[in-house]
Design a protein around this ligand. Sequence first.
Ligand code: GLA
Length: 510
Amino acid sequence: MRHLTTARRRATAVVAAGLLLAGALIGLRPPAAAALDNGVARTPPMGWNSWNSFGCNINETLIRQTADAIVASGMRDAGYQYVVVDDCWFNPNRDSAGNLQGDPGRFPSGMRALGDYLHGKGLKFGLYQVPVDKTCAQYFGGYPGATGSQGHEAQDARQFAAWGVDFLKYDWCSPNGTIDQQVATFAKMRDALAATGRPIVYSINPNSIHAKTGPQRNWGDVANMWRTTEDITNAWDTGQTNGYPMGIQNIINVTVPLAGYARPGGFNDPDMMEVGRGGMTDTEMRSHFAMWAVLAAPLIAGNDVRNMNAATQGILTNRALIAINQDSLGLQATQVSFDGTRRVLAKRLADGDVAVALFNQGGASTTISTTAAAVGKSGTSFTLLDAWTNATTTTTGAISATVPAHGTVVYRVSGGGTGTPPPTTGGTLVSAASGRCLDVPQSNTTNGTQPVIWDCTGGANQRWTRNADGTVRSGQSGLCLDVNGAATANGTTVILWTCTGAANQRWTVR
Ligand code: GLA
């Protein structure tokens, strides 16, 4: 939801062109700084947020009715907990002591009373704020004032804790600031929240009208969850790589390669869900939820839960998928294979099972296949539980389904033992220096072809997988990166070569 859509698109384009993108070689990144360990979000947070359906049109009656509906619909019992009041909840003026206040017209009972109401329902309380001077609605002129936390971090954190806030969404809605400044500024609120002593989930968005810095580093040292893209909308594909607004397919493309970042306490956030908001077929809605589930994404509903239909309710409360999402290992599914249309992802689970998603990105029904060995299972006898139908079948190793256009079949694979897991990372190889991608020229598949540096478009010839054996393989040709003649001299060119797994084709993550 965004008023001033054109202004935002223009702002995004200017920023993207103007800022130096601190790219990183996905799969070959420097080690993450110490992970934030504040005791919360040990599994992906689940809840609801006001923005996607209501934008600035919020008040305490709506939030209370929503909380009631979350309880009555069974969503709370399925795991949805955090009720997050997004932008436009505040008085446009701080009080004489500089404290934030709820807007007296919209929240006449006050924010503490709202928190009490939510806690009384067995739910948790979330609020939106920004690290800069203006919230996103204030920046775009949709709401008066300039009440951001800049310069008020400790005071605002104390206020949130006093109101009983359990979740803070902190949104960098500004074209200004380098990624290093973002890290330092987001860290201020992280530390201010910690100083309150109250456990508060810290959810950041480094991307709004800014260079999309969400995917450029592992933010697990700063926050419990971090947005990977610009804002989501209720469409399957908007044609955006990472610009405003993002469709479901576009967000998946950005988030899949970031699997290595997810762990208990820190998760990639592909944004609040659009399930139940129209704009997509039922198959697409189910695919959206299934993919969020296997990607270990926070499951934050964005629909009007007071008026949802049975299909939406059924999707949002799918127990098999929620169990996969909430698994205690906190792993994000990694990519097993992808041919440009058929994408197979696998998520290892705490009980030894593996969740396998067979995702059809194409416009026609197709058969998608993998094997138990490829998804990290050993043995010859397995049971497949279909997460949508709850039907079980047995197999000696083949895993396959006919999947409709834009559909996702998810199997929970049990039986056998633990084998070699699929590669932990994969994606576009981006140069840290220039932000440019490693590209296979004209999709060439010939041995000895020299890869070239090219503007990142995310095309298949720029996608690479790092395999369990350490080889880095092009998604287009299946060829490996090879150090020419095993030469070790500086300046030696790197070429593509048939993957043999030889030493000069193996690469290590440092
Ligand atoms: C940004 C965020 C959205 C929402 C709005 C509120 O666009 O990315 O999720 O919070 O601000 O104005």
